[in-house]
Design a protein around this ligand. Sequence first.
Ligand SMILES: [Zn+2]
Ligand SMILES: [Zn+2]
Length: 177
Amino acid sequence: MSATITLVPIGVVEEEVLSHVGTALTEVFGRQVEMVAPLPSPDYAYNEHRRQYLAGAVLAQLRKCRFPGEGVLGIVDVDLYAPNLNFVFGQASVRGREAVIALTRLRQSFYGLPEEKDLLLARAVKEAVHELGHVYGLSHCPDARCVMHFSNSLRDTDFKSYQFCVACRTRILEVPH
Ligand SMILES: [Zn+2]
Ligand SMILES: [Zn+2]
């Protein structure tokens, strides 16, 4: 396994988001980030009753593609959910290399507010680092400023930083990968 992280746009994803997330992942994980050609929109994951997309189905699709890299992060601009949850900002596979983040609920416009590009970029970076943190073996962290703190709402996301606290940083260096 090569020491890279593979970034996978799924459907249409703004170039600015992809480049921003890629730069941050290189900084935080110290890995080269390689972007691959976009996958088609995840129609296979759509639930017409919920009008949302099942995050687990997107992870399964990413797994099937057998992308190279230590970690594989999909970015999609649809509303994702998981069973028993109203929605998820992102999800990581439990023992795999795949993670996915969804941009839809990170946008101010989703809540009827004017779009704020910088806020969207900052949130996307935090969710991306968080989900890949799970891929690298980290669990949720009690430190509210740590990127591995669980975000119940965007208020939590906006409060936390995009970086690991000292404890999580230490732990990630100890994880064999
Ligand atoms: Zn988490
Ligand atoms: Zn932490």
